[in-house]
Write a protein that binds this ligand. Sequence first.
Ligand SMILES: [Zn+2]
Length: 280
Amino acid sequence: MQKSLMAIFAHPDDEQLVSGTFANYAASGVETTLVIATRGEEGEIAPGINATSETLGAVREEEMRCATTKLGIHHLHFLDYRDSGMVGTAANNYPRSLHCADLLGVSAKIAELIRLYKPQVIVTFDPTGVYSHPDHLRVHRAALTAFFLAGDANAFPEQLQNGLSPWTPLKLYYPVWRRVWVQLFVIFLRLIGQSVPEFLQTLLDNTPPNSAITTQLDVSAYVQIKREALLCHASQSGPDAPVHQTPTPVWDYVMRTETFVRAYSAVVSTRSERDLFAGI
Ligand SMILES: [Zn+2]
C-alpha cells in the first residue's frame, strides 16, 4: 500500500510547522501533498522585496513553489481563495476571501483532493488556528469536515462521477509548538530589543501544554533543508528577520523535532508516537 500524507493550511509558509516532517516522509517514499487555501495576499511585505499588494499573491505562489521543491513535496494545490487578513481588517469581507467562502464549498474542494490522493494521514491547524488567524480557523473547520466526509459516498456525489471514489483517512494530526520554545523566542526578541508581535502572544496563549503532545518526529537530518525552505518565503521574513537571527546551534536544536497532537485515529495508537503512520 502506498503511504500518502496530506497537509492542509491557509497561507504560503504555514507549511513551515511541518517542513521537516514532510521532507522526511517525502524522502522515504511517502506520497506527500500540500494544500494551501490562499496565496497570502494580505500579509506584510518584508523590506527590500519587489512586490506590491497587487503582485504579492503571485510572488508568494512562487515562494511556495520554491519551498515545495526544497522539501521534496510531490503535489502542491492552491484552493484559490483570497487571504482574509488579520481579524477585524477590511480584507475579511472581500468576496473572494476564505473568510466569506461557503464552508461546505471549501470542504468539498479538500474532500476532492483527499479522494484523489488517498492520504492515510492528514495534518491541519488545531482548533485555535495556532494564533487565531481567521483563515487558519476556517481551514481547521473545513479540513475537519472534509476528513470525515471524504469517505461518505453520499457527500459531494458529483465528484464520484469523475472516477474518484470515497476515501476514509485514518489519522488526523495538529502540529503544535512546544510551549517552552515559544516562551524562549519571546525572551530572545526582548533581548535583541524587538517588540513582541501580538500574534506571538496569541500563539503563546494558544499553545497547549507539553502533556497534550502525543507525537514527536526526529527531523534532525533536515534542519538545513528546513532553513532553506523558510528562506524561500523571502517576502514574509527577510534575512534580517528575528527568526533568521537566531544563532544556528539554537535553531538546529529547536528545529530538530516536530511535535503534534493526534486529534483522531481509527487505528490502535500508543500514547507516545514517533511516526505519523504508526499503527497503519
Ligand atoms: Zn498562515
